[in-house]
Design a protein around this ligand. Structure first.
Ligand SMILES: Nc1ncnc2c1ncn2[C@@H]1O[C@H](COP(=O)(O)OP(=O)(O)O)[C@@H](O)[C@H]1O
Ligand SMILES: CC(C)(COP(=O)(O)O)[C@@H](O)C(=O)NCCC(=O)O
Ligand SMILES: [K+]
Length: 256
């Protein structure tokens, strides 16, 4: 019987940080925010930390979180050549974003077949992994907010108020709809091309913008908002087992 212990997964993306509390494999709660939530009746035995932010910001976040949970074991996760039966496509595996890597590992274990992973966040990432756990590679494209901000920052007259971004019918007939729906179409065209190329693959989607985008896509898919956290749990537990085995061997050697 495997021991059930509390895990806090920290998934620091470039827009938001997702804190996911698990008891064993059961997700207890997910909080999105800039500071570590201090739930009174949840103390993690171990914290799995996955950050795509800079080293400096990640170190500050590490210190903040460790101050809230000073007695929890800490494991910073990074992309590797192989883990949990999944092989990384990158020649330099550590350069693959940890969010992408964890999403690929989780999707492989969730779907157990050929799968396309879509993570619509600050950037829109798409990764392809086959049924044997071979990560075939993937794409990075600007996220919806990033596309919109690029248009606002590089033009003089694309200006509108948030309340003007309303759902409409037919071709956009306002600046707000032209931009919002133009950015959607850019992302949807990208995804539809990939769907044509991988028609037999299952699709798993995650990320803050997933629902916005994929309700429009009309593709049979599995929406898993906790995909990266579930990947962190799989990878972190494997890392933990490995270190426990190592220390056990060490102590047994010590007793020889
Ligand atoms: N509560 C929220 N706070 C911030 N962004 C949100 C929220 N809910 C949905 N979003 C959307 O999700 C996007 C961020 O997605 P997320 O997957 O968290 O990004 P990342 O992992 O890159 O930080 C934002 O651009 C926004 O459009
Ligand atoms: C592409 C990303 C910035 C996406 O991060 P996010 O949208 O979650 O903020 C991240 O996966 C990353 O930093 N990747 C490193 C480069 C690569 O994956 O090839
Ligand atoms: K992310």
């Amino acid at each position: 019987m495997s021991v059930v212990f509390n895990v806090l997964v920290v998934d620091a993306g470039n827009t938001s940080i997702k804190f996911t509390a698990l008891a064993g494999d059961q997700v207890l709660w997910v909080q999105r925010g800039d500071t570590c939530p201090a739930e009174p009746n949840f103390i993690p035995e171990v914290i799995y930390f996955a950050s795509v932010r800079s080293k400096e910001l990640s170190a500050l976040l590490h210190a903040d979180i460790q101050a809230v949970f000073p007695h929890s074991q800490w494991l910073t996760l990074s992309s590797q050549a192989q883990v949990c039966g999944v092989r990384n496509a990158y020649l330099e595996p550590e350069r693959l974003g940890i969010d992408r890597w964890l999403g690929v590992v989780a999707a492989h274990h969730l779907i157990k077949g050929d799968v396309v992973v879509v993570d619509a966040g600050t950037a829109i990432k798409v990764d392809v992994v086959n049924q044997d756990g071979l990560h075939l590679g993937g794409y990075i494209a600007p996220g919806l907010t990033m596309m919109e901000e690029a248009l606002l920052s590089k033009t003089a007259r694309i200006r509108y108020d948030a309340h003007e971004v309303v759902a409409g019918h037919g071709l956009p007939n306002s600046t707000a709809r032209a931009v919002a729906e133009g950015c959607h179409e850019m992302a949807l065209g990208f995804l539809e091309r990939l769907y044509q190329r991988y028609p037999t693959f299952k699709w798993v989607v995650t990320g803050g913008d997933a629902k916005t985008l994929l309700d429009l896509l009309g593709v049979a898919l599995v929406y898993q908002p906790n995909l990266v956290a579930l990947g962190a749990k799989l990878v972190g537990d494997e890392r933990l087992k490995g270190s426990l085995k190592g220390s056990l061997k060490g102590s047994l050697r010590g007793n020889e």
